[in-house]
Design a protein around this ligand. Structure first.
Ligand SMILES: Cc1ncc(COP(=O)(O)O)c(C=O)c1O
Length: 354
């Protein structure tokens, strides 16, 4: 995001930096309480303290750890595509087999193709990495969709790793449902990962919180965390996240309202000026997934045009797997004037081409 972090976060960091000792740090009780309060206040979800685990290097690092812990080389891991690229890379780089379950697009809305999804499972399937809310489409999965996923994974005894770093970024009126919130008896073993990094623009001060209620899973994860000495915390990440979770409610509400205005602006602009470009219907994230296919311009040529003619660096859809051909992802977490400039440049570049 382009936005400055909440003032309470900068203040807390300045105060921590003024204390000139940076010895080993552990996750404080105050932090644990702040997370529990956050989940209770914003999601009405009471989580037991004993279900929390912390992974200081961040969410992608945590997912990498979980994939290694709970599958073997050659095992299959399912990911819905288009997919946030690191989720696919983790599977491939660890020599697991990536099984793609392509989402289907109906009336600009992405949905899980449950018939295809069910057929993805074999005896070697060990894990589903779920992205919820979904990057890049911005879909916030409904509870009934999550329950269906849970039922299928439970039937196949497949662990669900649910990457929920976008959970706080929902359009006003939309409520995210955490996977581990589903009734325990209706879901497979699962780990939900949340983070303050996307929510409060703290990605370079990483940390991730894991929510897990299975004693067997927790035991293994704790072993991995302790073996790598990851029970030690990063003093600045911990300080920033604590301040954000304690004092960031209003800031986040304003952010979500601003993101909605930017999304509405983009939708209006496309309708009026570039009706061939279709914006995926989203309920969350600051990402907008744009379908350029109706323009009938070859993907690489389009990528070149956007950068060289429009001067706009969108995230290339092909990075998200084969269903990303003809798509580009735009980041809405910027000022509306910058977004407007980008869209006007894109319009001019496409008009020139036509
Ligand atoms: C779905 C998703 N997961 C994880 C991350 C990164 O999380 P972290 O920086 O904590 O590894 C991102 C960042 O864009 C993301 O979109």
């Amino acid at each position: 995001m382009d936005f400055a972090v909440p003032a309470a976060v900068s203040d807390a960091l300045c105060k921590r930096l003024a204390h000139p000792v940076f010895g080993y740090t552990f996750r404080s009780d105050e932090f644990i309480q702040a997370i529990l309060n956050w989940l209770a206040d914003r999601f009405d979800w009471q989580v037991a303290r004993s279900h929390l685990l912390f992974y200081p290097p961040g969410t992608v690092a945590a997912i990498n750890c979980l994939v290694n812990l709970f599958s073997e080389v050659g095992d299959e891991v399912i990911v819905h595509t288009p997919a946030y690229p690191p989720l696919m890379n983790i599977v491939k780089q660890n020599q697991r087999v990536l099984v793609e379950s392509p989402l289907v697009r109906n009336d600009r809305t992405y949905q899980i193709d449950f018939d295809q999804f069910e057929k993805c499972f074999t005896k070697r399937t060990k894990i589903l990495i779920l992205c919820s809310p979904h990057n890049p489409s911005g879909r916030v999965w409904r509870r009934d969709e999550l329950e269906k996923i849970a039922g299928i994974c439970r039937q196949n005894n497949v662990l669900v790793i649910s990457d929920e770093v976008h959970a706080d970024l929902t359009l006003p009126g939309i409520k995210h449902c955490h996977f581990n919130r589903l009734a325990e008896e209706s879901r497979p073993p699962s780990v939900t990962l949340i983070s303050s990094c996307k929510t409060f623009n703290l990605a370079a001060l990483p940390q991730s919180t894991l929510i897990c209620d299975s004693p067997a899973l927790k035991k293994k994860i704790k072993w991995a965390i302790n073996t790598a000495q990851l029970n030690l915390d990063n003093a600045l990440s911990a300080t920033a996240s604590l301040a954000a979770y304690q004092s960031g409610h209003q800031w986040l509400d304003s952010l979500n309202a601003y993101l909605k205005r930017n999304r509405d602006y983009l939708e209006g602009f496309l309708k009026q000026h570039l009706p061939q470009i279709q914006l995926a219907k989203a309920q969350g994230t600051y990402l907008a997934w744009l379908d350029f296919r109706a323009l009938n311009i070859e993907h690489q040529e389009l990528a070149r045009l956007l950068v060289e003619k429009a001067g706009v660096g969108l995230y290339d859809g092909l990075m998200f797997g084969p269903p990303g051909e003809g798509f580009f992802r735009i980041n809405l977490a910027c000022s509306m004037s910058l977004l407007s400039k980008a869209m006007k440049n894109i319009k001019a570049a496409l008009n020139e081409k036509a």
